[in-house]
Ligand binder design. Structure first.
Ligand SMILES: Cc1cc2nc3c(=O)[nH]c(=O)nc-3n(C[C@H](O)[C@H](O)[C@H](O)COP(=O)(O)OP(=O)(O)OC[C@H]3O[C@@H](n4cnc5c(N)ncnc54)[C@H](O)[C@@H]3O)c2cc1C
Length: 433
């Protein structure tokens, strides 16, 4: 079997890459080990840059149809009194509307839905898009990709091979790239539950010890994440669902009854956050995208976004090579040059967001509270934060910014213009110049 691009793994990254290539007349073969959808939770928040990319792939209307727009993120700090009284001590809203341009919102969509949308789009280019369901990529033999498909071993020869298998990547192993993993002192329980109609924006409620994140999905559902100490899962499970009902109800009274829709523990997934970033994305004609190359703490909701953004840049490069008659392998390094600094930046930002919620001290909480409040009071801080998490661009925080956040300097009066913000947008395809 011969193809121009072979992609191991049909997750969000592999599929986004395949759709882009097929739509530009590049023959692409995706080998996906699963032959049906998986119920595993794997991220559902689409950031503005990713929505922009999905628009360019021609699937924006489907994404809107099956997604729930998120415009604001509410950060509420509370004290839970023994009487049951929930005292709000801080409430701050950050808004995606501060972003310049059309993509000034995020969107929650079930993970499998986004994959189904991409796969259906790919199938609109049957001459170029080849999807092998139930095909497990085993590694390389004699320069070809070996796959196990329908119990047989088959070989695929390609001009470019892409590892998009997620965290456990045979392509990465074949490249001899190792992973240096950093773990955290906390884990998360995550589950989707029903929500009231008017619960439509993202919200994080915190005490000095607990965190409950709520991100509304369509169909009156809400994805919840509840922070627990690393290693505490077994103990909590022994306490039973009553513990979860009480924890949720005491932090978000609006969900007090809705959380009781969880009837079995198996609906609740344990999520163990960790991060790594490989030191090499490209070797010869082999490249890594998405979680095969990097994984990120979920606090800032970036994981699947980074995978789709990698796919966009690599896809554009490969399509451009074909359209202009250039040799793929001579240009693959440009993909890494563009993506590595962007990914590095977002990994750091996510790591910092995780640290902010990692320590159960009251003084630490006060610092966090101040930092978030200042982001709302100071337009430059607000815009920088939203731009950075959106994936659209990068605007570093300066020492002055950090001093304002810590409360050492007053918030600035100036507002930022769209032009100032647009100057910090990423240039994703520099080779075209
Ligand atoms: C438990 C969990 C929770 C997460 N929570 C969040 C979150 O809250 N927010 C967020 O943004 N991100 C989250 N992520 C991360 C997010 O899921 C990933 O960053 C994103 O899915 C990466 O996309 P990908 O395409 O690179 O890899 P994946 O989505 O992992 O896709 C890889 C695909 O490759 C297939 N595959 C694997 N090995 C082979 C093989 N040998 N041959 C063929 N196919 C293979 C897999 O079946 C899968 O379909 C979470 C991930 C996990 C595991």
């Amino acid at each position: 079997m011969h193809t121009e691009v072979f992609v191991a793994g049909g997750g969000v990254g592999g599929l986004a890459l395949a759709v882009k290539l097929a739509s530009r007349g590049v023959h692409v073969t995706v080998a996906e080990q699963l032959d049906k959808t998986s119920p595993l939770y794997k991220g559902e928040l689409l950031q503005p840059k990713t929505i922009n990319i999905l628009d360019s792939l021609g699937v924006l209307s489907d994404v809107h149809e099956y997604g729930n727009k998120i415009e604001d993120l509410e950060f509420q700090e509370v004290i839970r009194h023994s009487s049951g009284w929930l005292e709000e001590i801080s409430n701050t809203k950050l808004t995606y509307n501060r972003l310049a341009g059309d993509f000034d919102y995020a969107l929650m969509i079930p993970h499998d839905r986004i994959k189904a949308i991409l796969k259906e789009k790919g199938e609109q280019f049957p001459e170029y898009f080849h999807y092998l369901a139930g095909a497990r990529f085993l590694g390389f033999e004699n320069g070809k990709a070996a796959i196990k498909w329908n119990k047989d071993k088959k070989f695929v020869e390609a001009d470019v091979y892409v590892g998009a298998e997620g965290r456990s990547s045979p392509t990465r192993e074949a490249m001899g790239v190792s992973v240096n993993r950093t773990d955290y002192n906390h884990h998360f329980l995550t589950v989707t539950i029903p929500r009231p109609d008017d619960f439509i924006e993202g919200k994080i409620v915190t005490t000095n010890r607990c965190l409950l994140g709520m991100f509304p999905l369509p169909d009156n559902e809400v994805r919840t994440v509840y922070l627990i100490k690393a290693g505490e899962y077994k103990q909590i499970k022994e306490k039973g669902l009553e513990y979860v009902y009480r924890a949720y109800g005491s932090l978000e009274p609006r969900l007090k009854e809705h959380v009781k829709a969880i009837k079995e523990w198996k609906k609740i997934q344990l999520m163990i956050p960790y991060t790594y970033h490989v030191d090499k994305y490209v070797t010869g004609n082999i490249a890594l995208i998405g979680d095969a190359a990097h994984t990120v703490h979920p606090m800032a909701g970036e994981g699947m976004n980074l995978a789709i953004q990698d796919a966009d840049v690599l896809g554009e490069l490969v399509a451009w090579c074909k359209e202009t008659g250039r040799h793929y392998h001579e240009y693959l390094a440009d993909y890494e040059q563009v993506r590595r600094p962007h990914v590095e930046f977002l990994l750091k930002l996510s790591h910092l967001s995780a640290i902010v919620y990692s320590y159960p001290y009251e003084w630490w909480r006060r610092l966090r509270m101040k930092a978030v409040e200042r982001m709302c009071e100071d337009d430059k801080l607000h815009e920088k934060q939203m731009l950075n998490i959106s994936g659209l661009g990068k605007w570093d925080f300066s020492i002055v910014d950090r001093a304002i956040q810590a409360g050492a300097f007053p918030a600035r009066k100036q507002t930022i213009t769209d032009t100032q913000q647009l100057n910090h947008h990423f240039q994703d395809y520099p080779w075209k110049k």
